[in-house]
Design a protein around this ligand. Structure first.
Ligand SMILES: *Cc1c(COP(=O)(O)O)cnc(C)c1O
Length: 392
């Protein structure tokens, strides 16, 4: 496998066959495992060997196939799969931190990530400093002797700011902090955060990895010492395990991940070209667009601009709602990374909890809509979006 390209790994890595020689990976829908003898049971509880299992909260063969495959694609030593993306984020943080520690985090975060950092961690005596993730001086100034961890979304939701992973990781490492990156928007296909300097990468597998809106899932990737050490210990005892059924769906999702993401990103490029400069729009935001403030950085870090475009509609909330309601193919939903194109109005949904000041600081205006581009015909999508802008 060492010299296989990631496309080959996505189809074959991690696959293990049972004695029946099945072609498609088997779904081991079992909670527990049985032992031939009491001695064997005792030995497994002392130490699990490769391919040995005792209980599905600790591990399961189908879940393990998913973990091995995503680790091979990402170039990580190991991975632990979780019930959702938030279980992955929470696990990576809680397995690392204790009372008295300090965290530096980018402020532009997915709502539930913000909740963990802003509300939950302080309850357990962990202090968090939020910075503008694009400002390297702000990162540098935020470190303290007790800073243990640095957290950010490589591309922020929903304004698509790009964070310099190599530079931010170097600053964190100078200060002895662990770098945890939420890489959902960049996808495992377009960005290798570990190669760029991050220590731990987390995904919501619910998004592109499933990619067809069926299952929740998440995964944490990193060095084997961390993943099979403190991370696994925390996750297996707190019950965040991915179900074998979901792992099977995700495993099959990985086989087509690159094809889907490439097609979706290509549609994004064409949509950006078709929408740039439209009278009804204040802005078209896309990391690879010519007018994106961090376009050069995005092109250095990523092999494509991702599968999400944000639009600022002229006329505020009223116009944005009219736009959403006029779309015929693009569906109103807060999910992303799906085969179906989806649109959401962050200020009144995913980011509703934030104060007016926080929204302003994050540039989440009333006219901002987030568009997750799916697998439909690009021409049909362009026509649908132009038609809806016309209706506005
Ligand atoms: C969706 C998402 C999550 C949470 O994932 P779930 O699977 O919904 O728990 C975390 N971070 C980002 C950036 C996301 O988009």
């Amino acid at each position: 496998m060492q010299n296989w390209n990631s496309k080959t790994r996505a189809v074959h890595a991690g696959a293990k066959r049972s004695q029946y020689g099945e072609l498609s990976e088997a779904m081991f829908l079992t909670q527990g495992f049985v032992y031939d003898t009491a001695e064997q049971a005792q030995a497994r509880f002392v130490e699990l060997g490769p391919d040995e299992y005792i209980y599905a909260r600790y591990g399961n063969p189908t879940v393990r196939m998913f973990e091995d495959r995503i680790a091979a694609i990402e170039g990580a030593e190991d991975a632990f799969a979780t019930a959702s993306g938030m279980a992955a984020v929470n696990g990576a943080l809680m397995a690392t931190l204790k009372a008295g520690d300090h965290v530096v985090s980018a402020r532009a975060l997915f709502g539930s990530c913000l909740y963990i950092l802003e509300d939950i961690l302080p309850r357990f005596g962990v202090e968090v400093t939020f910075v503008d993730g694009t400002d390297l001086e702000a990162w540098r100034a935020a470190y303290r002797p007790n800073t243990k961890l640095c957290f950010f979304e490589a591309i922020s939701n929903p304004t698509l700011e790009v964070i310099d992973i190599a530079a931010v990781s170097a600053i964190a490492h100078e200060n002895g902090a662990l770098v945890v990156v939420d890489n959902v928007f960049a996808t495992p296909v377009f960005q290798r955060s570990l190669e760029l300097g991050a220590d731990v990468v987390v995904y919501s597998a619910t998004k592109h990895i499933d990619g067809q809106g069926r299952c929740l899932g998440g995964v944490v990737l990193g060095k084997r010492d961390f993943v099979r050490g403190p991370l696994e210990t925390y996750l297996k005892h707190t019950g965040a395990a991915m179900s074998p059924f979901n792992a099977w769906v995700m495993l099959k999702g990985l086989e087509t991940l690159e094809l889907r993401c490439a097609a979706q990103a290509q549609s994004c490029e064409q949509l950006v070209a078709a929408l740039q400069g439209h009278d009804g729009l204040e802005r078209v935001i896309y990391p690879f667009a010519a007018d994106h403030a961090q376009r050069d950085l995005a092109r250095q870090q990523m092999s494509a601009g991702g599968t999400v475009i944000s639009l600022v509609i002229k006329g505020g909330k009223e116009a944005a709602f009219r736009f959403l309601n006029a779309l015929e193919i693009v569906t109103i939903s807060n999910n992303l990374g799906d085969a179906k194109s989806l649109v959401t109005h962050p200020a009144t949904t995913t980011h509703q909890r934030l104060s007016a000041e926080q929204l302003a600081m994050l540039n989440i205006s009333d006219g901002l809509v987030r568009l997750s581009v799916g697998l439909e015909d690009t021409g049909d999508l362009v026509a649908d979006i132009l038609g809806a802008l016309e209706a506005v």
